[in-house]
Write a protein that binds this ligand. Structure first.
Ligand code: UD1
Length: 413
């Protein structure tokens, strides 16, 4: 329950990145022994990845912000359906299992609230490395003799496919080259972790990644990068509430696309080595946004940006090019008085002077984050249902916003 309008002010620290931690935890499968991953956020998705690793026989312990994974005694290469259903990103164990054991079985991840999300690019890449893939009875089974390096051209720079292929190729004989690879900072962090384990990978962060196969890896200690999506959400929160936030533990370079749009909308932005300060204007100006693979505007900040545009002066256009069904927050924002028209993958948002609080429902993680932002900028109270989606990606969201001046209470039914 959010009790209406607040001007957020103060300093907030961003956690380690969820989307960097997930593939890195999965990659620990590759090197038998005990790896330590530092600054892993306390989120439901991370717990699920821990449960996936435990179900395979790994030992997983948390000590404050750090997670130790001991993958010495993995005895299973099969992820049960319930764990795949809990989180799509469980599919990130496919590459490392095939890499180390040359065998894996996962259930087909279904569609989700933001689109159909197939795995064809992951599988095409694995097949190119010599992995035999069978898709039957709702399962994907993978089996290989020796994996052999290959040239792989991705049809689309999929983050998950790039990561799975990198992890599978680490032990492959010879050299693997991934072209049109995803350039996201989380892919770079995975490369850095794999190289700490003893892998030989170059090029992450560009669209060509080169993996030279090695025979042996050893465990390592690695600190994950800050969460650019959490940071971006606070930046938009400062702007939409006309507030003044200093966001620390940030790599400003990872947020250039958002900074450009917020500046265009009238926010004042200051950056240092590891912080961003955002001051919201009296009235925001409408801007147009198109989501793109990195370094373009991230789809994971699209719903939050739409919340912002509902209060801007003028008409803004959002084009979603990554996911086919990522406008579920539109109907909820409309309940709060927003004026939004959707045509295919485009949303046209006519800014209003105010939003009014309403009961709304979070359909997925980032949609939920957007509704909380709208609630903190709206007149009157807002009730957001489906908070479990928000907990998947934001640690103690209400405590963090309350420390900045918001009035949010979690109501347990
Ligand atoms: C990751 C992020 C997610 C983010 C997304 C895009 C994690 C755990 N999740 O998801 O938060 O929104 O990147 O930045 O890091 N596609 C195919 N075939 C495939 C794979 C993907 O068609 O084999 C399509 C998807 O359906 C989607 C698009 O490619 O439309 C992007 O997906 P992808 O980059 O793979 O996203 P994820 O890795 O699943």
């Amino acid at each position: 329950m959010i009790s209406g309008r607040t001007r957020l002010q103060g300093k907030v620290r961003v956690n380690g990145s969820k989307n960097a931690s997930l593939p890195i935890l999965a990659a620990s499968i590759l090197s038998p022994g005990q790896s330590v991953i530092k600054d892993v956020p306390r989120l439901q998705d991370i717990t699920t990845m821990g449960d996936v690793l435990s179900s395979l026989g790994a030992r997983v312990f948390r000590d404050g912000p750090d997670i130790t994974v001991d993958t010495t005694n993995i005895y299973s290469v099969e992820v049960e359906e319930a764990l795949m259903r809990r989180m799509r990103a469980s599919n990130l164990v496919l590459g490392p299992l095939v890499g180390r054991f040359r065998e894996a079985k996962i259930s087909q991840p279904g569609g989700c609230n933001i689109g159909s999300r197939p795995m064809n690019l992951h599988l095409k890449g694995l097949r190119a490395l010599g992995v035999e893939i069978n898709e039957e009875f709702g399962y994907i089974s993978a089996r290989a003799g020796r994996l052999t390096g290959a040239e792989i051209q991705l049809d689309f720079p999929s983050v998950g496919a790039t990561e799975n292929i990198m992890m599978a190729a680490v032990y492959a004989g010879g050299v693997t080259v991934i072209r049109n690879a995803a350039r996201e900072p989380e892919v770079v962090d995975l490369q850095n972790f794999l190289n700490c384990l003893g892998a030989r990978i170059t090029g992450a962060g560009t669209d060509i990644i080169r993996i030279e196969g090695v025979r042996e890896l050893h465990p390592a200690v690695h600190q994950v990068i800050p969460d650019r999506i959490e940071a971006g959400t606070y930046m938009i929160a400062a702007a939409i509430t006309g507030g003044d936030l200093t966001i620390v533990n940030v790599i400003p370079e990872h947020l250039r696309a958002l900074m450009a749009k917020l500046a265009e909308a009238g926010a004042e932005i200051e950056t240092g080595d590891d912080y961003v300060r955002v001051r919201g204007p009296q009235r925001l100006q409408a801007v147009d946004v198109k989501t793109m693979p990195y370094p373009g505007f991230p789809t994971d900040l699209q719903p939050q940006m739409m919340a912002l545009l509902t209060l801007a002066e003028g008409t803004g256009i959002i084009t979603e090019t990554i996911f086919e069904n990522r406008f579920k927050h539109v109907s909820e924002l409309r309940r709060m008085g927003a004026e939004i028209k959707v045509e295919g993958q485009t949303a046209i948002i006519k800014g209003k002077k105010k939003l009014s609080g309403a009961p709304v429902e979070a359909s997925d993680l980032r949609a939920g984050a957007a509704l909380v932002l709208a609630g903190m900028a709206a007149e009157n109270g807002t009730i957001v249902e489906g908070v479990e989606h928000i907990d998947r990606g934001y640690e103690r969201i209400e405590q963090k916003y309350n420390a900045l001046g918001a009035r949010i209470t979690r109501i347990r039914s």
